[in-house]
Design a binder for this molecule. Structure first.
Ligand code: HEM
Length: 414
């Protein structure tokens, strides 16, 4: 695989949507990193970057690599003018809001949200997250099966982000349904019109719900992120309604789709690396260091995107203005030039400068929350079932901009 030539890779481009690729994309990443780190893909009509230094450089360089168009930038190449008209609301939504704009607009919005997601504020959620995890696991007895995604990794982050955001518990079901529907088009390499329209319908439903909640917070302020966005003022400016809607969707989806996949992949990898797991059981104080390795090795965000604003030459290749660049975060996180024994899962790894949360201006806003949730979940699971085993060996994977197992079933062994 290391010597895979790039024509073969292009033919194997089909493999990106195959279950085999989703199960283990890392050999492809290694081949690309080694043979053609700045790879033009005819099939995907974009550049694919796999080396750590290049990916980090692009993430830091918002002057040349823009977040505008990161989600829908390739739509022009997939759809006709008439089809694009049908997708106007989806495209309009992804043209604004925190993650879809560059500084200085981005800086203004980010300043407003910073206070809610900083470590000291997030730390206050600790007791509540501990009790949620206990609730989810309390029923389990020795020998029981735990469906990790369904019973733990999915419901927990949903509950937490819904609470932070201000969604009442009875409505969280709606959010999970919308968020799964919205993510559907982003999870596909080249989504069809039908899939995009389905995602658009869910997106519009979610936006309508948030619009009503925004109107409510204007007259009934609460202690939640939505109220903060409604009331926040920076240098005399407020967030526009459109900025609030788009950013709310990012927080609600970003707050759980990612964390769910990281939890499930980590629980699977700890089962595959019993000696590493045993060390963590012995030394739970090493948890926060281990979380960084969970992020590097199991990070769910495989494919970030930027649109090139001016022609840029990288490793001798000319990336032209308007072209899309895929930044393969998970490939960068296994780059041997950046990490010693990069393919090893090493829970005591020091100086772990992974890119799982991105880098630069858009670095993940929820990183402290995600770290806290991960630490609590893995600590609690290892306290209650330190010897857990896989109850079903075959694991099916979902692969798109996020990668994670569809389900992991374990036997709860103390
Ligand atoms: C394991 C969990 C998570 C991972 C791997 C992850 C990953 C990322 C990455 C890679 C980015 C940068 C995207 C870019 O540069 O284009 C990002 C941005 C973002 N994430 Fe996360 N995320 C996680 C959890 C969360 C949580 C819990 C929240 C909840 C608040 C969240 C909210 C956001 C937001 C709002 C942004 C946009 C920040 C900006 O544009 O300034 N994420 N995340």
């Amino acid at each position: 695989m290391e010597n895979l030539n790039m024509d073969e890779f292009e033919r194997a481009g089909n493999a990106i949507i195959s279950p085999g690729f989703a199960r283990d994309p890392y050999p492809f990443y290694a081949a690309l990193r080694r043979n053609d780190p700045v790879h033009w893909s005819d099939k995907w009509n974009c550049w694919i970057l796999t080396r750590y230094d290049d990916v980090r450089e692009c993430l830091s360089d918002f002057k040349n690599f823009s977040n505008r168009g990161r989600i829908t930038g390739l739509f022009d190449t997939y759809f006709s003018a008439e089809e694009l008209t049908q997708l106007t609301p989806l495209i309009a939504h992804y043209s604004g809001g925190l993650i879809n704009v560059d500084p200085p607009d981005h800086t203004r919005m980010r300043k407003i949200l910073h206070s809610v997601f900083r470590p000291s504020t997030i730390k206050k959620l600790e007791d509540r997250i501990v009790s949620y995890v206990s609730e989810l696991l309390d029923e389990k007895q020795a020998g029981d099966c735990l469906r990790v995604v369904e019973e733990l990794a999915f419901p927990l982050p949903v509950k937490v982000i819904a609470e932070v955001f201000g969604v009442p518990p009875e409505d969280t079901g709606l959010f999970t349904k919308w968020s799964t529907g919205i993510v559907e088009f982003m999870q596909q390499a080249q989504p069809s019109l039908g899939v995009c329209l389905r995602s658009q319908t869910k997106l519009l439903e979610m936006r309508e719900y948030i619009k009503v909640a925004v109107a409510d917070r204007r007259v009934n302020p609460k202690d939640d992120v939505l109220t903060l966005m409604v009331e926040a003022e920076e240098d005399g400016n407020r967030l526009t309604e459109e900025e609030i809607l788009s950013t709310s969707v990012t927080i609600l989806i970003g707050g759980h789709e990612t964390t769910t996949r990281l939890m499930a992949t980590t629980i699977l990898e700890l089962e595959r690396h019993p000696e590493q797991r045993a060390q963590l059981v012995e030394n739970p104080d090493g948890m926060m260091v281990a979380v960084e390795e969970f992020l590097r090795f199991c990070g769910p965000f495989h494919r970030d995107q930027r649109v090139c604003k001016e022609d840029v030459v990288l490793r001798g290749k000319r990336i032209k203005k308007g072209q899309t660049v895929l930044l393969m975060l998970a490939a960068a996180n296994r780059d041997p030039e950046a990490f010693e024994d990069a393919e090893n899962f090493e829970l005591s790894r020091k100086l772990n400068k992974h890119l799982a949360f991105g880098y630069g201006a858009h670095i993940c806003l929820g990183s402290h929350l995600a770290r806290l949730e991960m630490a609590i979940v893995i600590r609690t699971l290892l306290e209650r079932a330190p010897q857990y085993r896989l109850a079903e060996k075959d694991v099916e994977w979902d692969y798109g901009f996020l990668r994670g197992p569809k389900e992991v079933v374990i036997t709860f062994d103390p």
